[in-house]
Design a protein around this ligand. Structure first.
Ligand SMILES: [Zn+2]
Length: 207
């Protein structure tokens, strides 16, 4: 889920700040942004449009070499952004599929591999987005962050964990809510323009 990706990006930045404290803030901010960025495709081709498990990984290699040869705020930020986006895209393969109820394990689509032109099948190592295992992962990633960060970054961590806990608590009820919306309200009442703001996976049953 998104908070887990945000926190994992920040942990990558934190690792940089341990070896090069002068680049700590920029690395953590870039890691956070890179961790979140792929999921901006939530409403348009989720886990395909902005998810590039292969291309982010390849460009991360180039960016890391560049940042180590010419270390400055721009190269470090670029490297951490790409690294966090790569980790996000690869990590999605270890979660559940894209179906409405990912705990049922019926989808064979986890994340799109643009390089090979096909979907990577879900490995379900952390169950699905918003599973107890996912929440546990969020909590584990948050520990080193809350212990070392302060100011706005610490607030980002606290809010992420709160969102993760809330999302996990309601996750299994979301499809039922979506069914009601799609079946009774969305299709008949809500204009087409607004419907585009509902992620595709929730519209499966309304089509
Ligand atoms: Zn994702």
């Amino acid at each position: 889920m998104l908070p887990t990706h945000a926190l994992s990006g920040m942990v990558l930045g934190l690792a940089v700040s341990a070896v090069a404290p002068e680049f700590g803030p920029v690395a953590i901010a870039a890691g956070l942004f890179g961790g979140v960025f792929p999921d901006l495709d939530m409403y348009a081709g989720h886990r395909k449009t902005l998810h590039f498990p292969v291309y982010y990984s390849l460009s991360t290699g180039v960016a890391l070499v560049l940042a180590s040869l010419v270390p400055n705020a721009a190269t470090v930020a670029a490297a951490l952004f790409l690294l966090a986006a790569a980790v996000h895209s690869v990590a999605d393969a270890f979660g559940g599929g894209l179906e409405l109820r990912p705990w049922e394990g019926t989808s064979d689509r986890a994340v799109y591999n643009h390089y090979h032109g096909r979907w990577i099948t879900p490995r379900r190592l952390v169950g699905y987005d918003g599973s107890p295992g996912d929440l546990l992962l969020s909590g584990a990633l948050a520990v080193p962050l809350v212990l070392t960060l302060d100011g706005p970054f610490q607030w980002v961590v606290v809010v992420s964990v709160a969102v993760a806990g809330t999302y996990t608590a309601v996750r299994r009820h979301l499809p039922d809510v979506a069914d009601v919306l799609v079946g009774d309200l969305l299709v008949s009442v809500v204009p087409e323009a607004l419907r585009t703001h509902v992620p595709d996976r929730y519209l499966e049953h309304g089509r």
